[in-house]
Design a protein around this ligand. Structure first.
Ligand code: SAM
Length: 320
């Protein structure tokens, strides 16, 4: 079997599966508000695919690509009713590196079951520790539920990391409180530069808070040194003098397209080779291996060589 790779030696080894295109938060950078949530909910009900079909698609992709990692995301993956079923079925395919990205609101009651089903690693998105600022960013309350969920996931043996999007004028004063929270629980935290996606496409500048600005803020309290970046990693990492690690996902300041190994599958059965401006490629009802390989080749051509260019697709649909 010929391994699919491009001129930059990039292969698809990590699959990000957006299980559902609805969410129980309304983050200002991700959706345009509750009206959109309602519309998207209808979309999922009418056109969404079953867990059985989704699992067959992932199995076909694995047969062709020999995937190493699957990350479940969304939308909010904990809203997907067959979540435990789909995690278990992917584990049965022999893929052991199973991860999930969640906002954590519903985590407390499902963390232990997720661990039993095979999830070993989890990113919890948390953009503020202060409840008022959390509300301003996510248009919902619930920070204490999220914190209880994080504790439960840690107790269940899951490796938890925190992801925080930093927006100028909105939550940059949460960088140090979030960092202190993560350090107090020995968790890795990654700060994300805002990406020009969805309704922010072409107008993300006013909220952009760069990697350098994040580092300057952290430097008012901590001394740190840069760590070597691992191949295909989305984040740059630093280590403080006290031995704590933090990261920054700097899509704009320090793009990492050059060794990207990610393929995305959305909740309607479309694949994408990149988050940047591109088009959905349906892999539903693909009968022959050659047909799937051709579609994967097209997805591979979508990969950017220099940097993320932005996309009018919201992260809600394509999966973060
Ligand atoms: N609902 C889950 C969550 O909140 O983690 C999973 C989906 S969410 C789209 C995945 C990640 O994408 C979150 O960490 C979120 O903060 C991030 N995200 C969404 N839109 C973004 C944007 N425009 N720029 C940067 N990060 C974004």
């Amino acid at each position: 079997m010929v391994e699919l790779r491009d001129d930059f030696e990039r292969k698809f080894k990590t699959l990000r599966v957006s299980l559902i295109n609805t969410c129980n938060l309304g983050c200002v950078y991700c959706t345009c508000g509750t009206e959109d949530l309602k519309e998207n909910h209808l979309l999922t009900q009418e056109k969404g695919i079953s867990a059985h079909e989704l699992s067959a698609i992932i199995s076909n992709l694995h047969n062709t690509l020999q995937l190493e990692t699957v990350r479940f995301t969304g939308g909010e993956p904990l809203l997907y009713k067959d979540l435990l079923k789909i995690v278990s079925s992917v584990k049965q395919l022999g893929i052991n590196d199973l991860k999930i990205t969640t906002n954590g609101l519903l985590l407390e009651n499902i963390a232990a079951d997720l661990a039993s089903a095979g999830i070993t690693s989890m990113n919890v998105s948390l953009d503020a520790i202060d409840e008022d600022i959390f509300y301003k960013v996510s248009r919902r309350s619930g920070i204490h539920r999220i914190l209880r969920g994080i504790d439960k996931a840690i107790e269940s043996g899951i490796d938890v990391k925190i992801n925080s999007v930093v927006m100028k004028g909105l939550n940059e004063d949460q960088v140090l409180p979030l960092l202190n929270f993560a350090f107090s629980r020995n968790l890795r935290i990654r700060f994300l530069e805002i990406m020009a996606m969805g309704h922010l496409f072409g107008q993300s500048e006013k909220h952009f808070f760069s990697q350098d600005e994040i580092l300057s803020l952290i430097n008012t309290r901590y001394e740190f040194t840069r760590q070597l970046r691992k191949n295909s990693s989305t984040a740059n990492y630093w280590k403080t003098e006290e031995g704590h690690i933090f990261g920054i996902v700097a899509n704009e300041s320090e793009p990492f397209c050059g060794d990207c190994n990610r393929l995305r599958l959305d909740s309607l059965g479309n694949i994408y080779g990149c988050l940047s401006s591109n088009f959905p490629i349906s892999v539903r009802n693909v009968q022959k291996d050659e047909e799937l390989t051709e579609k994967l080749q097209v997805a591979m051509w979508q990969k950017q060589t220099v940097k993320f260019t932005g996309s009018s697709l919201s992260m809600l649909n394509i999966g973060g």
